[in-house]
Design a protein around this ligand. Structure first.
Ligand code: RP5
Length: 177
């Protein structure tokens, strides 16, 4: 998915307290998950990005999720491939909204395993699941959640939607020629 969000007047400030935590199970997820960081940067949303492996660093997972809200995070974006239990386990340890990004990684079923492990959360502990490798949409959704209480971000999102429409209209015009 190409998002091409407009550059925000308030570009991402690396010194600002992060509102969105981007986490993933492995370094091999970074190529996909860095797209979420890029979209947030362009929207001017402060974020942090790190690895939290549910099976290789399980205690780190608990600590990250349990302290996330106290540290000021408002939304967590969690990516994982294979049997992707990271988003669900993080959601179990925090009441922050967790957006899951299923990653088409090493398996022969191309991310279907990861989609199902995120979608099929039991009632009460949801993971808002985007498309396979849909890290850009995860960042847009996180920004929409933040925009509920942030007029600047709502304005940035309105402009972004207008830019998507303008792109379609430009193509329609070119096809007419
Ligand atoms: C998952 O296993 C990770 O999220 C990754 O997508 C997948 C493969 O991890 P590596 O073996 O590449 O570290 O936990």
């Amino acid at each position: 998915m190409t998002t091409n969000p407009p550059a925000s007047p308030a570009a991402h400030d690396a010194t600002a307290a992060p509102l969105v935590g981007i986490i993933m199970g492995s370094q091999s997820d970074l190529k996909i998950m860095s797209t979420a960081a890029e979209v947030l940067r362009q929207f001017g949303v402060a974020y942090e990005i790190t690895l939290v492996s549910p099976h290789r660093t399980p205690h780190r997972l608990v600590e990250y999720a349990e302290t996330a809200r106290k540290r000021g995070l408002r939304v967590i974006i969690a990516g994982g491939g294979g049997a992707a239990h990271l988003p669900g386990m993080v959601a179990a340890f925090t009441v922050l909204p967790v957006i899951g990004v299923p990653i088409n990684s090493v398996t022969s079923i191309h991310g279907l395993d990861s989609v199902l492990s995120m979608l099929q959360m039991p009632a009460g502990v949801p993971v808002a699941t985007v498309a396979i490798d849909g890290a850009a949409n995860a960042a847009v959704l996180a920004t929409q959640i933040l925009a509920l209480s942030n007029a600047r971000l709502a304005d940035v999102l309105e402009k972004y939607r207008t830019s998507l429409k303008d792109k379609v209209m430009r193509t329609i015009e070119e096809l007419r020629k």
